[in-house]
Design a protein around this ligand. Structure first.
Ligand SMILES: [Zn+2]
Length: 262
């Protein structure tokens, strides 16, 4: 029995001599692992669809009571592979894929995820890499995974007076007011300035990654960095291990000093 699903490749890993283990996010099954037999020898059956920055129709099979899917064939629906020559764009696209892979549970499809990935790649193709676009993706994925951070009110008591003494504590749900902040002691706790709150509020209000890009120009580099820092602290805490694509983006940033932070 085989079936068709629309999806994107999140990761490929060599498996045995000639196969590839593919992590996909599909519309019908969410995140799944599938074996593409012989794909290390020939990718003809997969028509160039086994890479990042491609939306494709995948033909999938699974044996009764089998754990792994098998990937029979693939056809490209849309692709953004012209971005492959831009290392920063590829790094941002890889980060989006790694976020989807790390934050969302296996085989729990959400109708908004593919649309979000496509929107992120459209944003990269149309406007280039943008910190605010990445924040829009992170905040949406946190929301979808049931960890929407509190931004405008204290995650513990609901207080909206966050102008003095507030911190951001991802492990406790986001913004924490001055009174509740005494209990926030973890390594991921950050001072939560009013301007950082305004930046993240503007990203949330913008909606899509493309629309969020204008937010970058409305704030200082310090605000962009602070916003990145609080959201990444929360993401790292939830994932529980370093994100490889993020380390790569940091290295690119260090190599190109003077360019903006991701
Ligand atoms: Zn509070």
């Amino acid at each position: 029995m085989s079936e068709q699903a629309l999806g994107v490749v999140l990761k490929t890993t060599p498996l045995r001599e000639s196969d590839l283990l593919i992590t996909l996010y599909t519309d019908t099954h969410g995140r799944i692992s599938a074996v593409a037999r012989g794909a290390r020898r020939s990718q003809r059956r997969f028509a160039g669809a086994l890479s990042l920055l491609v939306l494709a129709k995948f033909e999938l099979g699974r044996k009764p009571r089998g754990e792994l899917w098998s990937l029979e064939s693939a056809d490209i629906v849309r692709e953004w592979t012209r971005l492959a020559t831009d290392v920063i764009a590829v790094a941002h696209a890889s980060y989006v894929a790694e976020l989807v892979s790390s934050l969302l549970p296996a085989e729990a499809p959400d109708p908004d995820v593919l649309e979000l990935v496509v929107a992120a790649w459209d944003s990269l193709a149309d406007h280039g890499p943008s910190p605010a676009a990445l924040r829009a993706v992170e905040l949406r994925l946190l929301d979808i995974s049931g960890h929407r951070p509190a931004i405008d009110q204290c995650a513990i008591c609901g207080a909206t007076d966050l102008d003095t003494g507030a911190v951001f504590d991802g492990a406790r749900g986001g913004a924490i007011c001055r009174r509740c902040a005494a209990m926030s002691r973890g390594a991921g706790v950050r001072v939560f300035e009013a301007t950082t709150r305004a930046y993240l509020g503007a990203v949330l209000a913008a909606g899509t990654p493309s629309e969020a890009q204008v937010v970058d120009g409305q704030f200082s580099a310090t605000d962009r960095l602070a916003a990145r820092d609080v959201v990444l602290a929360m993401v790292r805490g939830l994932v529980g291990k370093p994100l490889r694509s993020l380390e790569y983006i940091a290295k690119l940033g260090a190599a190109q000093r003077g360019t903006d932070a991701p």
